[in-house]
Design a protein around this ligand. Structure first.
Ligand code: ADP
Ligand code: MG
Length: 983
């Protein structure tokens, strides 16, 4: 006690206030009070409770108040998880580096400044404790030799301000409480070290002196003004294991209630005051403080021996929009939620070493707290919270799901060595405790209920409204349905009527269609008829065209007739008029006569006369009519004829145009043909040249076997075969017959080209038969006979020579007098090429035994021998070949007994020619001559001639000198077997 005067003053004021409270308490004995400075309208510091203040008591029938005062709110934690707050055991290290762990119990240490006495006597505190606030360490000397350093969350020296202490010790916990977590702030230490100063100092005169309680409320209320937070407090004292209500001192034995389900601790009997603002709180706290002194005076104790416990209940309605937490939903309505948190600020009794009996009770709670802290620090499974009321009260606020901050206070004197050491060790143990901080949030079922009721009312009204609306709509719909049904029935009726009508219409249309079809058929028939008629007319037209000339005559006659008729008609008309006049007169007469007859009875004569006249008249009018008819018919015919004439004229024009067109086309074709011919000619020229060359070359190669010749021949053969292929194609395209016809062409050029083509074709054995069959032989022979053109003669002879290789054509050639014609060529030309062809042709014919005699008779042999006179080696070669062929055939005939007598050749002087040419330069010619001689020599009938011409020696020579083995052996055989040679 620093000042007994102030203490007594407070005491007296508290007593006064308590009396006032007693006066205004409601008779039902509910002691809850609510003090509001605003409602007091009094200076907050001068008086705590003003007279006439309506203390808003909390009647039992107010559920919201009771739920809070009884602290029966449902914790989010279940009983099974209640002890989940089992702290995590820390390592034995004295350092607690994990300052950021929000679950760990925060422990700070504060040294009280020295008082006057201490300043004088205790100069050696510095030897016991050394504070190192910069590194948050405290060094404690253990004995004379060593000291130990301890780490704390905060180390406050004696100069530390109340503000800094609050911020270091309490602020983090207060913030947690505002966020919905439970929190506990406790001051622990020896009596007189400044626990009350630190925690409960009201700072009436100096705001800087305000302790943690005031500053915490200040912070909470500041927040409460901005958020929907309600703040309520209760203030209790625990002394000798008895709980007294500091706000209602008569409640001196309040029991603690623990919810078996949630484990939540509440003090249902405690007065709970709803705090409006800081002044209000200060007043209430002052009341509490006063009551504490008063009680202690009454009990003859010191306040330092009791525990003072301020509980602040913070209740926050959750604004869903601002909260991140997902709202629970009930149906489609979210349930309003509240966060409830509790802040306990405990000013513990002093830990005085000198134990008096009374202190044992006081210390029961403290000892128990120490035991619990040890168990928590060691992570024990059993925390002996039930041992004392303090630990029971702190059960859900310390070492459980709360944020806890402990400030230990030490005195600045070496005299308190033991207490200071024990206090520091207590603090160190507490630092090892880690709480499982839990958010306490619950549903606000009351407001939800209210909300839901309002909604139900609203919805009921709405449902009723809707029902009414639906009923009226139903009626409306029924009405409309009926209307619809009616209109439907009508529509159906209409539809039936309409369909009937349509059916009728349909049948009608079908009928008319049938009629139309019939009509159409009729029209078609008519059309056909018209068509037939048109055809007939066309035919008629043709006839008419022929008669066109005649028509002219007819027209003239017609005109004349018409004229005649017209004049006749005029005459007749005149007559008719006359007759008319006469008949009128006659009628007049008749009438007169009739009258007369009635008078005289002589009617008959006149009557007869009148009848005659009448008949005449009728005849005349008939004549007239028929004449007019005739005239009209004639006119019609005339028109018809004119029309036909026009038509014919058109046709004639068409025809002329067509003719012109055709003429043009023909000319075009002709020019194309002549171009074609030209091309053909050019290719023919080349082909022809090559053909003869080929013949020679092949002969030469067969004679000499010269390699070069054979190679050349090979090349030529190739090109020739190519051209022949062209020829064959031509032949196929044009046809041999046509080509042969061209031979007879008057155009010499055409003739030449045609002969060339035939000659070329005749070189191929395959074509020969065709040429012969198509009359080629005759055509060629005709040419040879008639043409004066040397080219034609040469080419034609060549063609015949080629054809003469074929037996069939040989027959034809001979039968057509070909031999004679060929023989005549000898006199007709002296062209060696032509003569060579003629000689070749004859030589070929000489190879056919059928014609030996005919050949000789037609002067073929003579021709050959004449040609031999030319001295041309090629011609001679052919002559020699011819002789050899002839001799061979003849001898074969003789040998086979088909003929007899001297050789036909000899008659023409062939033997002389052969003998004289037997040394000729050409090897092949010589061979032929030798063969001819040998064959002739075989015929005994020729023996005389041989002898006569001295040709025997030739045979001898051949037998020795002939280049050919077969000829030599033949000659030898002749010499041996024929006796006339041997001689
Ligand atoms: P306790 O509650 O621990 O028994 P008190 O708070 O009653 O101790 O303090 C004892 C005395 O010391 C009081 O007179 C108090 O004003 C004074 N005192 C304590 N701490 C301080 C301090 N930090 N600054 C100034 N005076 C203090
Ligand atoms: Mg105290």
């Amino acid at each position: 006690m620093s000042s007994s005067n102030s203490s007594s003053a407070v005491r007296s004021s508290a007593k006064h206030a308590a009396e006032r409270i007693q006066q205004h308490l409601p008779p039902n004995g509910n002691h809850a009070i609510s003090l509001s400075s605003s409602s007091l309208n009094l200076p907050s510091r001068t008086s705590i409770i003003a007279p006439g203040v309506a203390h808003s008591s909390r009647p039992k029938d107010r559920p919201s108040a009771s739920s809070i005062s009884n602290a029966s709110s449902v914790s989010a934690s279940s009983p099974s998880t209640r002890r989940s707050g089992t702290p995590v055991r820390r390592s034995q290290s004295k350092d607690f580096d994990d300052d950021n762990d929000p679950g760990r119990v925060r422990v700070s240490v504060r040294v009280r400044p020295r008082n006057g006495e201490e300043l004088i006597s205790d100069a050696d505190f510095a030897d016991l404790v050394e504070l190192q606030p910069e590194i948050k360490r405290l060094k404690l000397r253990k004995n004379n030799w060593n000291s130990e350093s301890y780490k704390f969350d905060e180390v406050f020296t004696d100069t530390a301000s109340q503000k800094r202490v609050y911020e270091g010790v309490a602020k983090p916990v207060v913030e947690g409480v505002l966020s919905g977590y439970n929190g506990t702030i406790m001051a622990y230490g020896q009596t007189g070290t400044g626990k009350t100063y630190t925690v409960g100092k009201i700072g009436k005169d100096d705001a800087a002196e305000r302790g943690i309680m005031v500053r915490a409320l200040e912070d909470i209320l500041l927040n409460a003004s901005s958020a929907s937070i309600s703040v309520e407090i209760s203030y209790l004292q625990l002394y000798m294991e008895t709980i007294q209500d500091l706000l209602a001192p008569e409640k001196n034995n309040i029991s603690i209630n623990e919810d078996a389900k949630t484990g939540e601790v509440s003090v249902p009997g405690a007065t709970v005051v709803n705090i409006q603002d800081l002044d209000h709180f200060l007043q209430v706290l002052q009341v509490g403080e006063t009551n504490r002194h008063a009680a202690n005076t009454k009990m003859n104790t010191e306040s330092s021996r009791s525990h003072a416990i301020l509980t602040v209940y913070v209740r926050r309605a959750m604004n869903e929009k601002s909260e991140k937490a997902k709202p629970e939903s009930l149906g489609d309505k979210s349930i309003p939620r509240v966060r409830k948190s509790k802040l306990l600020i405990v000013d513990l009794a002093g830990t005085d070493g000198h134990m008096i009996e009374e202190a044992k009770f006081i210390n029961l709670s403290l000892t128990s707290l120490g035991k619990c802290i040890n168990a928590l620090a060691e992570g024990s499974s059993h925390i002996p919270t039930r041992d004392s009321k303090l630990t029971r009260l702190l059960r859900d606020s310390f070492g459980g799901s709360a944020r806890t901050s402990l400030i230990i206070t030490i005195g600045p004197s070496a005299r308190y060595h033991a207490e200071t050491t024990s206090t520091i060790m207590f603090g160190q143990r507490a630092m090892k405790i880690v709480n499982m901080v839990k958010l306490k949030e619950e549903f606000d079922y009351e407001s939800l209920c209210r909300k839901l009721e309002t909604q139900v009312d609203h919805l009921t009204a709405e449902v009723e409204r809707q029902n009414k609306l639906r009923n009226s709509e139903k009626l409306e719909l029924e009405k409309r349905l009926r209307e619809c049904e009616n209109s439907f029935a009508e529509a159906e009726k209409n539809a039936v009527t309409r369909s009937k009508f349509l059916e009728k219409e349909n049948t009608r249309l079908e009928l008319s269609m049938k009629e139309l079809l019939k009509e159409l058929q009729l029209q078609k028939d008519q059309c056909d008829l018209m068509h037939d008629r048109a055809i007939q007319l066309e035919m008629k037209l043709k006839n008419t065209k022929e008669q066109e000339m005649g028509n002219y005559q007819y027209q003239r006659e017609l005109a004349e007739t018409t004229y005649t008729y017209e004049s006749k008609i005029a005459e007749l008309q005149k007559k008719l008029e006359d007759e008319d006049a006469r008949s009128n007169a006659a009628e007049e007469q008749l009438r007169q006569m009739k009258r007369l007859i009635s008078d005289r009875q002589v009617i008959s004569q006149e009557n007869e006369e009148a009848n005659e006249l009448k008949i005449k008249l009728e005849e005349l009018s008939q004549m007239y009519e028929s004449t007019v008819d005739e005239l009209q018919t004639v006119k019609l015919d005339y028109d018809d004829l004119l029309h036909q004439k026009e038509k014919l004229g058109e046709e004639v024009r068409d025809m002329k145009e067509r003719l012109l067109l055709e003429e043009k086309q023909r000319k075009q074709m002709e020019s194309e043909l002549s171009k074609l011919k030209k091309n053909l000619r050019e290719s023919e020229n080349v082909v022809e040249e090559k053909r003869y060359m080929k013949e020679d070359l092949s002969k030469a190669s067969s004679e000499s076997g010269a390699q070069t010749g054979s190679q050349r021949s090979q090349g030529l053969k190739k090109s020739l075969s190519g051209q022949r292929a062209t020829m064959a194609r031509l032949c196929e395209e044009v046809g041999i017959q046509k080509i042969l016809q061209l031979i007879k062409s008057e155009d010499l050029e055409v003739q030449i080209q045609a002969v060339k083509v035939v000659a070329n074709l005749a070189a191929e054995e395959a074509n020969q038969v065709k040429i012969v069959e198509e009359g080629g032989v005759e055509a060629l022979l005709m040419l040879v006979q008639s043409s004066q053109n040397s080219t034609i003669l040469r080419v034609a002879s060549g063609a015949i020579a080629n054809l003469a290789m074929n037996e069939k054509s040989q027959d034809l050639i001979m039968n057509k007098g070909g031999a004679q014609l060929l023989a005549k060529m000898v006199t007709k030309t002296d062209d060696p090429q032509t003569l060579r062809m003629v000689a070749g042709a004859l030589a070929n014919l000489c190879g056919n035994e059928k014609f030996l005699k005919l050949l000789k008779e037609e002067e073929g042999i003579k021709g050959l021998l004449t040609m031999a006179q030319s001295g041309n080696i090629d011609i001679i070669a052919q002559v020699a070949r011819g002789m050899a062929n002839f001799a061979k055939c003849e001898t074969r005939e003789i040998m086979q007994g088909r003929r007899k007598g001297r050789s036909l050749l000899l008659e023409e002087g062939a033997l002389e020619w052969l003998t004289s040419n037997s040394h000729i330069d050409s090897a092949s010619t010589q061979r032929h001559i030798e063969l001819a001689l040998c064959h002739l020599a075989q015929n005994e009938e020729n023996a005389n001639d041989f002898r006569r011409t001295g040709s025997v020696t030739e045979i001898v020579r051949i037998s020795v000198e002939s280049s050919r083995d077969d000829i030599r052996s033949l000659a030898k055989k002749i010499l041996k077997t024929n006796p006339y040679f041997s001689s």
